[in-house]
Design a protein around this ligand. Structure first.
Ligand code: FE2
Length: 225
C-alpha cells in the first residue's frame, strides 16, 4: 500500500503569528514529507505492506515504526491546530477534563509541564485510556498512545523542528503559542468517536505481534557482523 502525504488542512501561513510559514514549510514540507517517503521505502516488501498506517503504528518496530508513527503523528498534529483555534473546550469534553483534572487550568498546567519537561524529542498526548479516563502522556521519539490501547485526543509535537525556526531553543514559548491554536472541535470529535479500534485485541493483535517479533529477529540478525 502506498502512503500519501496528507494535505495540510490550512494554508502554510494560516497559523501566523503563532507558527510561521517558514516553520510549516520545513515541518510539513520537509520533515513530515520525509517520514512518509521513508515509510514507503520501508514498507515495500515487508509484512506490513498491505497494513493500514494505524496498524503499523500499533504493531511495527524499528525504523518502520519510527517513520510510520511519525507520519501518523504529524497528520494528527496538524488537525489538532487551527487558525481559529485556542480558547477552551465546551460540552462533554470540558466535563470529561474536569472529571479527570478537576479544572481546565489544572489540565492545561499538567500538559504544559509535560511538554516543557520531556527530555529530547517526542510528543505529549491527551488520551482517553483503555479504562475510559483521560490522561496526559509523554512519549519519546515517535511514541504513540495507540500502542498501549489508548485513544489519542490531542498531541503537541515537542521535537525541536516544531519550533526552532520561530523560537530557537525556547520550547515554553512554543507551547504557549500552541494553546492559541488548539482545535478543540477536533479534540471533541476524537473524544466522541467510538473506542472500538483503540483496544488492540483479537486476531489482528496476535497476527501483528508475530510480525513485530519476526521483524525484531530480522533486525537483530542484520545488526550482527
Ligand atoms: Fe514534527
Amino acid at each position: 500500500m502506498h502512503h500519501e502525504l496528507p494535505k495540510l488542512p490550512y494554508a502554510l501561513d494560516a497559523l501566523r503569528p503563532h507558527i510561521s510559514r517558514e516553520t510549516l514549510e520545513y515541518h510539513y514540507g520537509k520533515h513530515h514529507a520525509t517520514y512518509v517517503e521513508k515509510l514507503n521505502e520501508l514498507v515495500a516488501g515487508s509484512d506490513f505492506e498491505d497494513a493500514p498506517l494505524e496498524d503499523i503504528v500499533r504493531f511495527a518496530s524499528g525504523p518502520l515504526f519510527n517513520n510510520g508513527a511519525q507520519a501518523w503523528n504529524h497528520d494528527f498534529y496538524w488537525k489538532c491546530l487551527s487558525p481559529k483555534g485556542g480558547g477552551m473546550p465546551s460540552g462533554e469534553l470540558a466535563e470529561g477534563l474536569r472529571k479527570s483534572f478537576k479544572t481546565f487550568d489544572a489540565f492545561k498546567s499538567t500538559f504544559t509541564t509535560a511538554c516543557e519537561n520531556l527530555f529530547g524529542s517526542g510528543w505529549v498526548w491527551l488520551s482517553r485510556t483503555a479504562q475510559g479516563g483521560l490522561a496526559v502522556q509523554s512519549a519519546q521519539g515517535a511514541g504513540n498512545p495507540l500502542r498501549d490501547g489508548h485513544k489519542p485526543l490531542l498531541a503537541c509535537d515537542v521535537w525541536e523542528h516544531a519550533y526552532y525556526i520561530d523560537r530557537r531553543n525556547a520550547r515554553p514559548e512554543y507551547v504557549k503559542a500552541f494553546w492559541d491554536l488548539v482545535n478543540w472541535e477536533f479534540v471533541a470529535q476524537n473524544w466522541a468517536a467510538p473506542l472500538e479500534r483503540h483496544a488492540s485485541s483479537g486476531a489482528d493483535a496476535a497476527k501483528h505481534a508475530g510480525m513485530a517479533r519476526n521483524q525484531d529477529a530480522g533486525e537483530e540478525k542484520r545488526a550482527k557482523p
